[in-house]
Design a protein. Structure first.
Length: 166
């Protein structure tokens, strides 16, 4: 065992006390000591022989502690922003709910063929050629039903074509 390792092992109780004074928590202090020892072993080449190992280790520990606290502050700030943004999501309002109900009622009042064309072609955005083959009807018939259904829906809801596009 090298002198560095032996001295490091001898300073563990001092490191534990210093870590407890920084963290004020036994578990966090043990984690901080472990991080400090790990950093000291990795950065062994930076330690200058003949200087105080205890001072060097305490400086490492203090810097680790400060870095962890800064990181925690950034994390808390990020979480607070995420939570704040989540509260600013606006729930659906009463008018949207009423308009949806009126629209569904208006769709139900359309003739069956126009209802089907609106739902299949307009809402589900199905391929007109495919639906025409499945139903055995010409594509033009489906397009005209969709157009008539949209027109009836707009008139029932008292909407202009521009309002629907916006």
């Amino acid at each position: 065992m090298s002198a560095f390792h032996r001295d490091l092992t001898a300073l563990l109780p001092d490191l534990n006390r210093f870590a407890r004074s920084l963290t004020r928590n036994e578990d966090d202090a043990h984690d901080l000591v472990q991080d400090c020892v790990e950093r000291a072993l990795k950065k062994r080449a930076l330690f200058q022989d003949g200087t105080s190992l205890k001072s060097w280790l305490f400086t490492l520990m203090r810097n680790l502690f400060v870095s962890q606290k800064r990181r925690q502050a950034v994390d808390r700030k990020y979480l607070a922003q995420v939570n704040h943004d989540a509260w600013h999501v606006q729930p659906s309002n009463q008018m949207a709910h009423v308009f949806l109900n009126e629209t569904l009622k208006a769709v139900r009042s359309l003739p069956v063929h126009e209802q089907q064309a609106l739902i299949v072609l307009g809402l589900n955005d199905e391929d007109q050629q495919l639906i025409a083959r499945k139903t055995g009807e010409p594509v033009g018939t489906l397009k005209s039903r969709l157009s008539r259904g949209r027109t009836h829906l707009r008139s029932t809801l008292k909407l202009s074509a521009e309002a629907v596009l916006n």
